[in-house]
Design a protein around this ligand. Structure first.
Ligand code: ADP
Ligand code: MG
Ligand code: MG
Length: 251
């Protein structure tokens, strides 16, 4: 079943009207894992921000259909409630609030807005507990203050835990691999792979080919100058690895 369809999407920076997206096309079916790759500055982050309704950008053309609905008509909160999750680039620290309490509040707030039952602390704990091992995390993660004193890798893994616990029909992970050393990268990759076994639909965005050594998306798209210039299966990753972006560049 079609989850997300992007047709000829164009967008500019709201303030300067500079064109960044110049006609993005993408079709995404439920349960799939896609990666968008491309050089720095090709428009990857802009594309993901436009999908979640970031106010810095203005859509100037094209359509985005998510679960049969016009996504561009929705405000950012409606998009989130309809099932799109985007990882935060720099997650906030909340001293004195444990991860478990924070997740429970976030979970219940979402359930409330969707008119679904909330979970008390004990029920919620078993819900979280079932996800912990999946995303390769220890119990003590739950008792720590939100993101306080977390290493870069721990923050990213915490983001994956949030996603696993809160749930999303489409998770967008922008540069989940950036700034991590190889050990942290492997830990994060394990967490993402755990998430994938939960049958989530995931759109990974990355500049680095090395992430794809650990996480294997079935569909890979190359973005260049604000549009997707090539799409293919995982073999595209090995072409990239051997020959770099030049080999598949449109220019
Ligand atoms: P990527 O994520 O592929 O590295 P981005 O989407 O972040 O690319 O950026 C694409 C281009 O648009 C870059 O040249 C970037 O400098 C520019 N850009 C994106 N957002 C803004 C903004 N809010 N203000 C000014 N320039 C921006
Ligand atoms: Mg960038
Ligand atoms: Mg980016």
């Amino acid at each position: 079943k079609l989850l997300l369809e992007v047709k000829d999407l164009t967008a500019v920076i709201a303030e300067s009207h500079q064109k960044i997206l110049s006609g993005v096309n993408l079709k995404f079916y439920e349960g799939e894992v896609h990666a968008i790759m491309g050089k720095n500055g090709s428009g990857k982050s802009t594309f993901s921000k436009v999908l979640v309704g970031h106010p810095d950008y203005e859509v100037t053309g094209g359509t985005v259909t998510f679960k049969g609905q016009d996504l561009l008509e929705m405000d950012p909160e409606e998009r989130s409630l309809s099932g799109i999750f985007m990882g935060f680039q720099s997650p906030v620290e909340i001293p004195g609030v444990s991860n478990a309490d924070f997740l429970n509040m976030a979970y219940n707030a979402r359930q409330r807005k969707l008119g679904l039952p909330e979970l008390g602390p004990i029920e919620f704990f078993s819900h979280v507990y079932s996800k912990l091992e999946m995303v390769n995390m220890e119990m003590d993660f739950l008792n720590r203050s939100v993101n306080e004193g977390f290493s870069g890798g721990e923050r990213k893994r915490n983001e994956i835990l949030q996603l696993a616990v809160l749930g999303a029909d489409l998770a967008i992970l922008d540069e989940i691999d950036s700034g991590l050393d190889i050990d942290a990268l492997q830990d994060v990759a394990k967490a993402v792979n755990g998430l994938l076994t939960l049958k989530n639909s995931v759109l990974m965005i990355t500049h680095y080919q090395r992430l794809l050594e650990y996480i294997k998306p079935a569909h890979i798209h190359i973005m260049e100058n604000g549009r997707i210039v090539k799409s293919g299966d995982e073999t595209l990753a090995s072409v990239l690895e051997k020959e770099g972006y030049k080999a598949i560049s449109s220019v």
